[in-house]
Design a protein around this ligand. Structure first.
Ligand code: G6P
Length: 465
């Protein structure tokens, strides 16, 4: 069995209780193979040694966690800059928010080269390497330039937009061509795969090969959809924790005569949070039966707040929530409970179960796992309703959710009203179908099918060579 090496910008100790489903699932494969997880420590140091500092390693069971610190300039240009002010907005279709500063590109290239240089000596010939997300797109090209011949797969957790949007990135060709250094590229949805295939054939002149492979100038890569899922068992167990149960019971008694609508996101402009508040306001205006009876609980955890677009969003949202509470609230009831803090993961199943409706309404999202967690947390005899944006990757799988268009304020308000009044039979039927999908395409399915395809993919490219 080959050793698995995972590389991602952030990493988590898979054995720590706060580790999410992804860390736990990757951790299982890493444990089995005595693997290595490499990434940024999360620390920023003011005086970084030229050429990068040392690699810090520690063990967690059978897994080696190896991290490097980033210098202040690298952090600002690679992480805040190119990753989160160029790739993140463009990949989420927000060209208006992108900042194509050339300093950012230099930092992005430097840190990817640094990751490759630091990782290279730790690699063994028969390792299988799995790189994650938009921070590290050119990593395989950097590793290949250092002579690495191992199998390397890449999974993009965010959406991949169509060519005409990608083309706004001044270096789009360089970026997309660097994907050819991978054996396998995994994307969240079939829509993303179509965008990628079309980009490759029209912009790089690549030709389509069998098995979802594209090739150009002797290089070839397989591009497939692997919609990410959740660890259903882990989430159910979390639901049995005292924190989850207390949260559920407290909210249930507080809202015994009111309906709770829930949103949980990072405070990010891709999540459509202001649009959701506007739709909720529209709901109260058009359907006044909800006044004093429906409450929107919105948890938006702080994220990337040094990036301007995030600070602007925070202000906008505070204005919107303040206005709706001021206009509609009374002494006993406030329409919106907005929390700009991170809630403990253990409370999430309780929050989900206590809510009659979940509003997962991003303007664009790679997948959105809150949608899947909400489904798992429901009581199958009396389940809540998932209102899901058609622009979330999850909408490709979760067809039985109540799909809405977050740009359409009135339509979304109508959707929420339907959700709040949905008859029990319909709620049960939709929930059964959703749960079946979430259980079937869980995180284990995702991990195993990606790794199996990577194993096969490299055999195919080796025999083709
Ligand atoms: C998204 C990205 C992840 C990222 C996470 C949190 O889910 O796909 O790669 O880690 O957001 O963002 P942050 O910038 O705090 O790592």
């Amino acid at each position: 069995m080959s050793r698995l090496v995972v590389v991602s910008n952030r990493l988590a100790d898979p054995r720590k209780p706060a580790a999410g489903g992804l860390a736990v699932a990757l951790g299982e494969s890493l444990q089995e193979s005595g693997g290595l997880w490499f990434g940024w420590s999360g620390n920023v140091i003011d005086e970084a040694p030229t050429g990068g500092g040392e690699v810090h390693t520690r063990s967690s069971g059978n897994v080696t966690l190896a991290t490097i610190d980033l210098g202040r300039d690298d952090y600002e240009t690679y992480y805040e800059g190119y990753s989160n002010s160029v790739l993140w907005p463009v990949f989420h279709y927000r060209l208006d928010l992108a900042d194509f500063n050339t300093r950012y590109l230099a930092g992005y290239r430097r840190v990817n080269a640094l990751f490759a240089r630091q990782l290279r000596p730790m690699l063994r010939d028969d390792d299988i390497i799995w790189v994650h997300d938009y921070h590290l797109i050119p990593l395989a090209a950097e590793l290949r330039a250092l002579g690495c011949r191992q199998r390397i797969g890449f999974f993009l957790h965010v959406p991949l937009p169509p060519s005409l949007i990608l083309a706004a990135i001044p270096q789009h060709e360089w970026l997309m061509r660097s994907l050819f250094a991978y054996d396998l590229v995994g994307l969240q949805s079939e829509a993303d795969v179509n965008h990628c295939m079309r980009y490759m054939t029209t912009e790089t002149g690549a030709t389509l090969q069998p098995d979802q492979r594209v090739s150009v100038a002797g290089a070839s890569v397989q591009i497939m959809a692997f919609p990410i899922g959740i660890d259903v068992e882990e989430f159910r167990q979390l639901g049995r924790s005292s924190e989850a149960q207390n949260t559920y019971e407290r909210l249930r008694s507080e809202y015994s005569r009111r309906q709770l609508l829930l949103g949980i996101d990072r405070l990010d402009y891709s999540k459509g949070i202001p649009q959701r508040v506007r739709a909720f306001r529209e709901l109260l205006e058009r359907y006044p039966d909800n006044v004093r009876s429906a409450t929107l609980l919105m948890i938006a955890s702080p994220s990337r707040d040094a990036v301007n677009a995030y600070a602007d969003l925070r202000q906008e949202l505070e204005g919107l929530c303040g206005a709706i509470n001021g206009d509609f609230g009374d002494i006993e009831w406030m329409p919106v409970r907005y929390i700009h803090r991170t809630v403990a993961r253990k409370r999430v199943p309780g929050l989900c179960r206590a809510s009659r409706v979940a509003l997962v309404t991003p303007l664009r999202d790679g997948m959105n796992l809150v949608a899947k967690e909400y489904v798992v947390a429901q009581d199958p005899d009396d389940p809540g309703v998932l209102v899901l944006s058609r622009f979330a990757g999850a909408a490709e799988q979760l067809r039985d959710a109540l799909l809405v268009n977050p740009y359409d304020t009135q339509g979304m308000a109508e959707g929420i009203q339907i959700a709040l009044h949905m008859p029990l039979e319909e709620r049960r039927r939709r929930h059964r179908a959703l749960l079946e999908n979430v259980e079937r395409f869980d995180i284990h399915w995702w991990r195993e099918s990606f790794l199996r395809a990577l194993q096969r993919s490299s055999q195919t490219s080796a025999s083709a060579a």
